[in-house]
Ligand binder design. Structure first.
Ligand code: MG
Length: 476
């Protein structure tokens, strides 16, 4: 068994960045064999917005109480080196949905970092989302929460493989409509943001009452699970929070020692508890893989209203660890052996993993940046992921292989800070120094050369495509 494991891992390591489609393809026979006779599992993704690595009880926060997530971690796997596909909303969501880095489908831009209410672009319909891929395997598919991959009809979840949608099409701080001079993030009111709430393709409430959104999303998720209990389903629940402006319902007001931000997280945690209870009550817990993670790190510039990356450096918008490493949990009682996993994983890996567990195959007509984590989740095998590429907009700023990470460029975000181009690159050992404090480039010239070569191979695999975030709707 040991030999098989190490052979597989070595093969994948050799495959490297330039051959990701090949690496993913090589996983198919193993995945198909292990799941061919098994019933198709359900999949639930609970995705937060701007949640920091240090914001959960189980990831060490001293005053935010998350008993349901703590229990989920104890019953499942807590991954401590798990990455979002990018450090801001839209590109990160494109990554989780497609298993491909946003640079490959135009969902990152040097002109505008995310999509806005006046954006004319969105996730191209030629992309295959997790929902579309699982639809082909006979799954029911539901999307609840923040989409942010295009608000025009042709880009909505219902056009990207989801049977149903309930949520807001972009961020909760957009469409600002506050009176002049009002600080919209201090004592926020829903009416300061003219954000639409949609059911499928129709606006049903505007402005969305943001105080009850978290609760309503969780209720919708529970109802979805009950309605679909007899068929395989994929549910994508993307909370709008804790992205500022922060809101919570009446019953969570003032309950957390951490203040407003803590109230918000504790309400999300409560919803997680209700979703996992519903799965248990419906007899689905052993048939359902649940993943909890976030789209990017904390928005630090909002101080107390932003989260914490814990011991990691920096936050949202940056290519330091705090920007992209997320507190991540996998739960599947009876299937996943409880563990703390320090191997690498990414939201990019969810599409290949789910498709493999559903007994399917990922398409061979495009490059995938994700790996099939099935062996790591179910069979205590090492994760096939051994590298991570950190983009800021359309440029590769850093690369990680094993414990080593090289930064070619660094810059803080949302504050005045000069862009620094590093030649030679900065080098950190993330095992010894997860906070990226001590540059060890001069001690490891060979490692640095390897990382530079890896970055070059990766860049050579990227084919330029149309920038989807730059365009604006022309006013008639
Ligand atoms: Mg975000």
């Amino acid at each position: 068994m040991k030999t098989v494991q190490s052979t597989r891992r070595n093969f994948l390591r050799q495959a490297g960045a330039g051959c990701l489609a090949l690496a993913a393809a090589s996983l198919r026979p193993a995945g198909a064999q292990s799941t061919a006779s098994a019933p198709k599992p359900n999949f639930v993704i609970i995705f937060c917005d701007d949640l920091g690595y240090g914001d959960l009880g189980v990831f060490g926060h001293p005053t935010i109480k998350t008993p349901n997530l703590d229990r989920m971690a104890a019953e499942g796997q807590k991954w401590t080196n798990f990455y979002a596909a990018a450090s801001v909303c839209t590109p990160s969501r494109a990554g989780i949905m497609t298993g491909r880095l946003p640079i490959r489908n135009g969902m990152c831009s040097d002109k505008r970092r995310v999509l806005f209410p006046d954006s004319s672009g969105g996730l191209p319909t030629s992309e295959i989302t997790i929902a579309k891929a699982l639809k082909g395997q006979g799954y029911a598919t539901g999307c609840i929460g923040k989409w942010h991959l295009g608000h025009l009809p042709q880009y909505l979840p219902t056009r990207h493989g989801f049977d149903s949608y309930f949520g807001i099409p972009y961020s909760n701080d957009m469409d600002q409509a506050a009176p002049k001079g009002v600080n919209v993030f201090r004592d926020s009111k829903s009416e300061y943001f003219n954000v639409p709430l949609m059911r499928n393709e129709a606006v049903i409430e505007r402005p969305a009452d943001q105080t009850t959104l978290t609760q309503r999303y969780s209720q919708e998720a529970v109802a979805y699970i009950k309605q679909n209990r007899d068929k395989p389903f994929f549910l994508y629940l993307a909370h709008s929070l804790p992205h500022v402006p922060l809101f919570r319902s009446k019953e969570f007001e003032g309950i957390s020692e951490r203040g407003l931000y803590g109230d918000v997280i504790e309400e999300i945690d409560d919803g997680v508890g209700k979703i996992l209870s519903a799965l248990r009550d419906e007899g689905l817990s052993e048939k359902t893989l649940v993943v909890f993670t976030s789209d990017n790190g904390p928005w630090l510039v909002y101080n107390e209203q932003g989260g914490s990356a814990g011991l990691l450096r920096e936050g949202k918008g940056t290519t330091f660890e705090g920007g992209m490493r997320e507190p991540t949990l996998f739960w599947w009682p009876g299937k996943i052996k409880p563990a703390v996993v320090s191997d690498m994983g990414s939201t990019l890996d969810l599409l290949p993993t789910f498709v493999s567990l559903a007994g399917g195959e990922i398409p061979t007509d495009r490059v995938y940046d994700g790996y099939d984590l099935t062996g790591a989740l179910l069979d205590e095998m090492p994760s096939p992921r051994d590298e991570m590429f950190y983009y800021r907009n359309q440029t590769l700023w850093a690369v990680r292989k094993g414990p080593f990470k090289a930064h070619f460029r660094t810059q803080r975000c949302y504050v005045k800070d000069e862009l620094k181009v590093h030649d030679p690159p900065l080098l950190y050992h993330l095992g010894h120094d997860p906070g990226e404090q001590t540059n060890i480039a001069s001690r490891h010239p060979d490692v640095l050369q390897d990382l530079i070569a890896l970055a070059e191979r990766h860049k050579a695999s990227v084919v330029p495509v149309k920038d989807q975030l730059a365009g604006r709707i022309t006013k008639k």
